[in-house]
Design a protein around this ligand. Sequence first.
Ligand code: PDD
Length: 287
Amino acid sequence: MPNIGYLNGQFMPLEQVQVSVEDRGYQFGDGVYEVIRTYRGHPFGLEEHVARLERSARELHIPLSLSKQEWFSAILKGIQQSGYESAKVYIQITRGTAPRNHQFSSSLTPTILITIREMPEFDMASYVRGVQVITVPDIRWGRCDIKSLNLLPNVLAKQQAAEAGAFEAIFVRDGFVTEGASSNVMIVNENMVSSPELNHQVLAGVTLQFVMRIARANGYDVHERSFHVEELATADEVFLVGTTIEVLPVTQVNHSKVGLGLPGPVAGSFMTSFSAAIEEMGPLGLK
Ligand code: PDD
């Protein structure tokens, strides 16, 4: 089976999916999304991703007609139809279609899109060597906890990173690290593992929260605390976490080495625990 699309209740080959130019997703980026990945055909963190999708939609007053169970069954059916063991499931909900007008009617019917494609293999060398990042000013809006379609600052930051030969751009607001353009950031100092406070300026990553659980289970002191950009340079380890990258060591920030400039043992051990959890994962995701 090819890449699969699901539009408003109907499955079809992805290339047949068509959405109106008057869709508010196209006109205003007025919508929300999620990215879920499958391992051996099982979605990682299905419940957590659907819960975050529902929350994002609720925060933007986009009404959802699907129950949790209906989301699960649509996503699982799509994965099954695709036949992919390792798939990237993209879910997008927009407020719906209407002649362009900033103001919206509460009676619009949201457009629900799911796409399922094969997940490209991630470059193993990046885990072995670590990646470079740059820091950029966080010019995003005040509700980055909502996974909205509006990604212009993220798009520009990622492009800037790529042009600088870096893998990711890390946003910095008022001197403090918030997150990456499409990932969360964690640092390690001796036995302490820190993630920036999960407030309105940061997306509460499904992977991040899972890695925090792994860290606690392995006896680390885990803190949600805002940390200054300068701590990236002085930390024992820095790593990125996210759906497509899992736990990825950062070895250079703005062309300066983190520690010895090599991936650290803590990131490595979290990645090992992460892989072990995936091996045990069932059809509905994490336990
Ligand atoms: N992005 N922060 C931002 C800004 C993100 O876009 C993402 C993920 C994360 C990590 O969240 P999670 O662990 O739940 O994937 C953090 C997805 C993968 C994307 O936009 O493609």
